[in-house]
Design a protein around this ligand. Sequence first.
Ligand code: PBG
Ligand code: ZN
Length: 331
Amino acid sequence: MTPADRLENFYRGRRNRHTAALRSMVRETRLSVDSFMYPMFVTHGTNVRRPIEPMPGIFQLSIDQLEAEVNEVVDLGIRSVLLFGIPADKDARGTGGYAEDGIVQEATRAIKAAQPGLLVATDVCLCEYTDHGHCGILLDDGSVDNDATLELLAQTAVSHVEAGADIVAPSAMMDGQVAAIRQSLDLGGHESTTLLAYAAKYASAFFGPFRIAAESAPQQGDRRSYQMDPANGREAMREIAADIEEGADIVMVKPALAYLDVIQNARRMSSVPVAAYNVSGEYAMIKAAAANGWLDEKQATLETLTAITRAGADIILTYHAKEAARWLAES
Ligand code: PBG
Ligand code: ZN
């Protein structure tokens, strides 16, 4: 074989893999703590640090515990948190979700007082606050009333922003929720609040641990009449386009791992930032396998987060944010 044949015929991929220096020089995807958003569960009471069984390392925290927690988050370089609330009382209309002294509103005030520079995002939905556990209010036949729910979601978002939230993240999957919230925010003088839309949120089994954490499982039925069918990829592009049209500043795909194709397509079709939610079940799978010694947690987690980034996510919501921040700092 002449040298000329070799030039024509051989691609030698291993040349770029020989040393750590080469590998790092040609690396296509770089993970950064800047893109992590850390979800937190806040609850009533004092001195509460209640472990969530299927999510080792994650706790329901009372307000007095938040200062120490967000100090740690900021020290690790994480720039944002996402708040979920567990209210003291639930009712049919999810009143606790939009009360001025609701749990997320109080937690937001406490966090902004402790760490004004940390971005506070809030989940805007009713399922943690309704006694039936659905993401909207119900009609007599048990179905979710889309348009009546919009008003309550808008009220919820405004109350979060009045408490100091920087970003509101509607996750109810009601049609028109982005427009309704954007309009109420603007009318209330909150034109500069960022709206992160859960645009393509699938009816997923991977939310299981979250529903234990947030005590928000539907008492009857499931969420398939409002969350998306896992089989549908093109439909996600319509949901994303609609949310951008309605005023979303960031669009989210959720879950992440089983939907990397959707993340990739979302990134290709839209010029707004794309977020991906590495959900509770994805976290639980790694934790459970690692606890059994069946895989290396650090490697599996960084590989997962890198893959979500490679697919096109600009922002990753992950329960692994604190650990991943530590691992990135040491490597
Ligand atoms: C509430 C909500 C859910 C999650 C985020 N917001 C659960 C659900 O829709 O049942 C899931 C997050 C996770 O699994 O980590 N609408
Ligand atoms: Zn919900």
